[in-house]
Design a protein around this ligand. Structure first.
Ligand code: GAR
Length: 189
């Protein structure tokens, strides 16, 4: 049985989809949810699902090994960033080579980088007059939204679309694909 650790600090809809996907699975389970935001929706999901949580503190995350040691102790087989906005420090990237993945709500390398998250992404996509958007699932390295792409899926954008309607299309793709890719990676470990 492999251990998935989800890092999330938002509503947690992707975390929920991954939890649902692996419920009763003999491949993997969500062993821990790591969060940097007290009050985040994902913490309610974890409580309801009986999944342990770890609320992390910025200084320790960026400048110590304490969380790396905790993740190794579990042990975490795959770390899944699902709406986690802090940059992952080098010591964590190096401790879990090709074992940390992220989902981004656009077609990287466009519309990525610091500050590009949630509605900001969809507003930028609409302002740029893009004809399509989508999702990128990628390995995480020391830079924002930069590691090797694992999967991209696309949706079309029409002149009638708004940031909200694009967000809904993109979220459908996220929920459809993220659990599948997590399972595929776990099976290849
Ligand atoms: C997702 O759309 C994810 O792609 C995005 O945060 C949302 C979290 O939603 N991540 C980023 O923008 C990372 N730069 P959720 O909390 O409902 O899963």
């Amino acid at each position: 049985m492999k251990n998935i650790v989800i890092f999330a600090s938002g509503a947690g809809s992707n975390a929920q989809k991954i939890i649902d996907h692996f419920r009763g699975s003999d491949i993997a389970r969500v062993a821990l949810i790591v969060c940097n935001k007290p009050g985040a929706g994902v913490l309610e999901i974890a409580a309801r699902e009986g999944i342990p949580t770890l609320l992390i503190e910025r200084e320790a995350f960026l400048h110590s090994d304490v969380y790396v040691q905790q993740l190794k102790a579990i042990p975490a087989h795959l770390i899944v960033l699902a709406g986690f906005l802090w940059k992952i420090p080098a010591n964590l990237v190096q401790a879990f080579p090709n074992r940390i993945i992220n989902i981004h709500p656009a077609l990287l390398p466009k519309f990525g980088g610091k500050g590009m998250y949630g509605h900001f992404v969809h507003e930028a996509v609409i302002s740029a007059g893009e004809k399509e958007s989508g999702i990128t699932i990628h390995f995480v390295n020391e830079k924002y939204d930069d590691g090797e792409t694992i999967l991209q899926e696309r949706c079309t954008i029409t002149p009638e679309d708004t940031p909200e309607s694009v967000a809904r299309k993109v979220q459908l793709l996220e929920h459809q694909w993220f659990p599948v890719i997590v399972e595929r990676l776990l099976k290849s470990l």
